[in-house]
Write a protein that binds this ligand. Structure first.
Ligand code: ATP
Ligand code: MG
Length: 193
């Protein structure tokens, strides 16, 4: 039987408990062998708004998934360094005997129309739409393989985490403990405080 591998991309600036919960829920719901969490090297749609360095975002993910069964950090996009294009990433990860599942929040699915090489993405992976609290989304056009995974809403975003840190407030309940320790050590997001 083919290995079933999830691919969960994002800026992860920083990764938070909503991301971890979504990845775990998808793995369980679809019976995936593992889910690769892939921080973008250069998230071109967020240029000018990304705060932490690629290596720091990668390390924050590494610490967040350590000890979580079936979740792994993946450095292909950070190593590539150029603008993050999902089709390029899937091509790096595809292999004989391996089925890829591209994990996306409903908001990310709604944005797919802007993707580079969108048409090439279709044949590389099944799209997994993570739907919080009854959200619905479908990839644009036809011919996609799609799975929908409903999850409860966890009201957290990377932006909210950065705002809390800038305000000197605790992020204990929003970010995995090992990640929180690292970003405190490194003083990430404390500028403007
Ligand atoms: P921002 O504050 O800039 O919107 P973010 O928290 O959405 O950041 P991203 O790195 O942009 O983080 O998100 C990566 C992926 O995680 C996207 O597919 C997004 O839909 C999904 N996602 C973001 N927040 C949550 C959450 N609370 N629960 C489940 N999935 C989430
Ligand atoms: Mg968001």
């Amino acid at each position: 039987m083919a290995e079933r591998v999830g691919v969960y991309g994002g800026t992860f600036d920083p990764i938070h408990i909503g991301h971890v919960a979504a990845a775990r829920a998808v793995r369980e719901h679809l019976g995936l062998d593992r889910v690769l969490v892939v921080p973008a090297g250069d998230p071109w749609q967020k240029r000018g708004r990304v705060v932490a360095a690629p290596e720091q975002r990668l390390e924050m993910v590494r610490r967040a998934v350590e000890g979580v069964e079936g979740l792994e950090v993946c450095d292909v996009e950070v190593r590539r360094g150029t603008a993050s294009v999902t089709a390029d990433t899937l091509e790096d990860l595809v292999a004989p005997g391996r089925d890829l599942f591209l994990v996306l929040g409903a908001d990310a699915v709604a944005n797919m129309g802007t993707w580079r090489r969108l048409e090439d993405t279709r044949d590389l992976a099944t799209i997994v739409v993570v739907e919080r609290d009854g959200e619905r989304a479908e990839p644009p056009g036809s011919g996609w393989r799609v799975e929908h995974v409903p999850i409860p809403r966890i009201d957290v975003s990377s932006t909210a985490v950065r705002e809390r840190i800038a305000a000197g407030a605790s992020i204990e309940d929003l970010v995995p403990a090992a990640t929180a320790r690292y970003l405190e050590e490194q003083g990430i997001y404390t500028r403007g405080r």
